[in-house]
Design a protein around this ligand. Structure first.
Ligand code: NAD
Length: 322
């Protein structure tokens, strides 16, 4: 451990509850994590460019619906991080299409010792962050929590699950990971430190690869994908390509089991509209580049053909424009 790491870790050790934490991108998920982190007395700053949401949080607090129960939290919210101190931990929760811009906009609060955590969906957010932040300070992970924005200053905690964090570089610091786990758990997020976080990211990606683009293009719910032989076939082919790419990157996934799992998720979430379908309906840019697009990109590097993912990516890109 070099001197800077030791100082940074000491800050984590001593100041567990007074760490300065910024949530960059405080929509549904950023508000969920930021709201609950603020309840354990951390200095938590929500940074989001959506002014109405920020104003409402500062005026009335941030409300998190847990079923029928309303939980009031009081993080401080800002439309810009200019003027704020450097933070100990920055959690990135913008949609993956905005990752690089959000990092650039908020570089002034990210110091040499700031740990930057991404729990966003998709593969490749790490690479966008790494363009501006030292690799050893980046922590990646996944979350199985779900949240929905109900309006400015109000979100719904839609589903609970595990948070996984880990490092994908040699220089990752286990003590810092354990400290972040402790803070997240204190805020109510059950967290596991994984030394296989890349596999967890791909496991989640397979589900999104199979369900998101197809439901977005056809504008159907998750369950309907299983009602047609043709959509089952496209889902299977897209996931199969993604497994080949992941295994080309050095992982060891069982294609049959992965496909079975994606089908099971579609069945269990039959009534849900995927996030990509919601983005298409609401005329927003999607996260296609970090989902099916990421499979294509990594496939090209490895010399693995991914025609089905290429078609799905291109169709979503056109849908975003029309
Ligand atoms: P969201 O659209 O609700 O929130 C994103 C927020 O980022 C918005 O409020 C937007 O104003 C803000 N933003 C955009 N550019 C910014 C910038 N430059 N600086 C600061 N803020 C900026 O999205 P979400 O549903 O919270 O999803 C965030 C990430 O988490 C995505 O990668 C998503 O796939 C992932 N995720 C979402 C869920 C879920 O249930 N919503 C579950 C797991 C993972």
């Amino acid at each position: 451990m070099d001197l800077l790491c030791i100082i940074s870790f000491k800050k984590f050790q001593q100041g567990g509850d007074t760490l300065q934490i910024a949530i960059i991108g405080a929509g549904a998920m950023g508000s969920l994590y930021g709201g609950y982190l603020s309840k354990i007395n951390n200095e938590v700053y929500l940074v989001d460019i959506w002014k109405e949401h920020v104003d409402k949080i500062n005026d009335k607090g941030l409300i998190i619906f847990e079923g029928e129960e309303e939980i009031l939290t009081k993080p401080k919210a800002y439309t810009s991080s200019k003027g704020l101190n450097k933070v100990d931990l920055a959690i990135i929760f913008v949609k993956s299409i905005h990752t690089e811009a959000a990092i650039k906009d908020n570089l002034s609060i990210i110091g040499e010792n700031t740990k930057v955590l991404t729990l966003q969906n998709g593969y490749g957010n790490f690479y966008d962050i790494e363009k501006h932040i030292s690799k050893d300070n980046i922590i990646v992970g996944t979350t199985s929590h779900g949240a929905t924005l109900l309006g400015p200053g109000i979100i719904k905690h839609a589903g609970k699950g595990q948070t996984y964090i880990g490092s994908i570089t040699e220089g990752g610091d286990d003590e810092v990971l354990l400290e972040i786990k402790r803070i997240l758990e204190k805020a109510g997020f059950e967290t596991t430190v994984s030394d296989n976080v890349l596999e967890l990211i791909w496991s989640k990606l397979f589900v999104n690869v199979g369900i998101n683009a197809l439901t977005g293009i056809l504008e159907i719910g998750n369950g309907e994908l299983l009602d047609h032989e043709e959509t089952r076939e496209i889902l299977t082919l897209a996931v199969s390509e993604a497994v080949q790419v992941a295994n080309g990157l050095g992982m060891d996934f069982d294609e049959g089991k992965i496909i079975e799992n994606v089908i099971l998720v579609a069945k269990n979430t039959a009534e849900n509209k995927s996030s990509m379908l919601q983005d298409i309906i609401n005329k927003r840019k999607t996260e296609i580049g970090k989902i099916n697009g990421a499979v294509v990109k990594e496939g090209i590097k490895l010399g693995i053909r991914t025609p089905v993912n290429k078609v799905l990516t291109n169709m979503i890109k056109v849908k975003e424009r029309i």
